[in-house]
Design a protein around this ligand. Sequence first.
Ligand code: ZN
Length: 222
Amino acid sequence: MFIGHYAPAAALKPLTQKVPLWHFFIAVQFLDYLWAAFILTGVEKARIVPGFMEASDLDLYFMPYTHSLAGALFWSASGAALYRLILNRGAGLPGAILIGAAIFSHWLADLIVHAKDLALYPGSGVKVGFGLWSSLLVSKGVELGLFLGGFILYLGGTRANGAMGKAAPFVVIAALIAIEVYSATGEPPADIKPFAALALISYTVIAALAAWLDATRSGRQR
Ligand SMILES: [Zn+2]
């Protein structure tokens, strides 16, 4: 799951004026930011196995801290608390709860597509994953549907500030779909660490795009 992760970010944004869209974009990939950092430092492990699943070359055999159910709940609660106490006190408790929900949405979206590589808790032998990545067509169809659904809610819940605000969503949607197509059709990555570094850069560039998009649109008056 890649661009599908942004569906909850786009869908949640109209619910609050006090949380910028790019904060949601970081939140929905927060578990993967940690995962990439843990891969780069060797705390968690994965390897590239071309053709591992039809839609993924990643054998994610050890990521108990970031992608177990208990781990995801821990980071979601910690992220919400950090947001409430330090990062954006102005967003209040509702804003922090929405950020926590956005962080946890990552695990639910991964659950749909991953092989059984999501442990219940670190050390648990029970691993879950519905395995949609075994079909390129089905997994990409579901992901694209989620993604577009999230952005339709975003467009319905915000309004454009002038011509730029009308065009910007389509620029961002097109850019994200282009990145998804590139990553789905390109060569398998050579090694897991450069892949993790690239993920960090991509998520950050995409969050910057979201900041730009957010500046071109406002919440609807109720
Ligand atoms: Zn993930």
